[in-house]
Design a protein around this ligand. Structure first.
Ligand code: MG
Length: 270
């Protein structure tokens, strides 16, 4: 037979557990308002028309001049050696040597790459581009340029209208890493757009990679990369791998020897 002391203890434990369960149940009595988040959101951001810069965008090119850009020889070579690349950042190479006419900037073949004066980390980037109407060359030699996020990660610009090349080198590819999901290219001579959402890589204090870079790209409004992981900086030969670099770096545009034009370039810092 159980002692009255043990029975009393068991009774008190049951009483305690019952009270605890009741308290938990009270916690679970959700009211719709409990999940309302009233933290203010910036409410003055707007865009007049789709594709035009939102009110909080940094305008990188509005068609008038290249004041937001500089010449960038060596900033993003075909095979980036990061130290060389960073050295190029420290030197003043003067004004961006491309042509501005009729609201567009156009590569002057042989004049070299250009880069933004400002440096960026995570961004939403809008850029419009056009390859020459008159087809000249083929494959990679037809309307080649490139948008280089942080000067390291290329979203390929190419005339990919009925123009065969390796798929991870066609328009919209993450060059030599990832082909676009579809070819959303327009005909040569027509304006096209990229809307790019870029998450920069993070490195630890010892230079090791904490988080790779990710990129989402719309080509002419069509999703062609959905938070695609980048393997590392773009390389022309061999496999890419991450090398530590600063958190904020300029955006670059490539002179690949073709008369590619750009307009309406703006960026939002994320
Ligand atoms: Mg290119």
């Amino acid at each position: 037979m159980k002692s009255p002391v043990i029975s009393l203890s068991a009774f008190l434990i049951i009483l305690f557990l019952g009270a605890s369960l009741q308290a938990q149940n009270q916690d679970l009595e959700w009211h719709p308002d409990l999940t309302n988040d009233w933290t203010p959101v910036e409410d003055s951001v707007y865009t007049e028309n789709l594709g035009e810069p939102p009110s909080d965008a940094i305008i990188l090119f509005d068609g008038s001049d290249l004041s937001e850009w500089t010449s960038a020889p060596g900033y993003f070579p075909d095979i980036p050696g990061v130290p060389d690349y960073l050295n190029a950042l420290e030197e003043d190479h003067g004004a961006a040597p491309w042509n501005v006419e009729n609201g567009a900037m156009t590569v002057v073949p042989g004049s070299g790459n250009i880069m933004t004066k400002q440096r960026f980390r995570d961004v939403q980037l809008h850029i419009e581009w056009r390859t020459p109407e008159e087809i000249d060359g083929d494959g990679q030699g037809r309307g080649n340029s490139g948008v280089f996020l942080q000067g390291l990660y290329e979203v390929q610009v190419l005339d990919s209208w009925q123009n065969e090349t390796y798929s991870n080198g066609q328009a919209g590819s993450l060059y030599k890493q990832e082909a676009p999901m579809v070819n959303a290219s327009k005909k040569p001579g027509e304006w096209q757009s990229y809307d790019i959402f870029f998450e920069a890589a993070h490195f630890d204090d010892d230079g090791s990679l904490i988080k790779p870079a990710y990129i989402t790209v719309l080509h002419n409004g069509v999703l062609i990369h959905h938070r695609q992981k980048l393997q590392g900086p773009t390389v022309y030969i061999g496999l890419s791998k991450y090398v530590e670099h600063p958190r904020e770096l300029p955006i670059g545009l490539q002179d690949h020897g073709d008369y590619v034009s750009f307009r309406n370039i703006w960026v939002r810092e994320l």
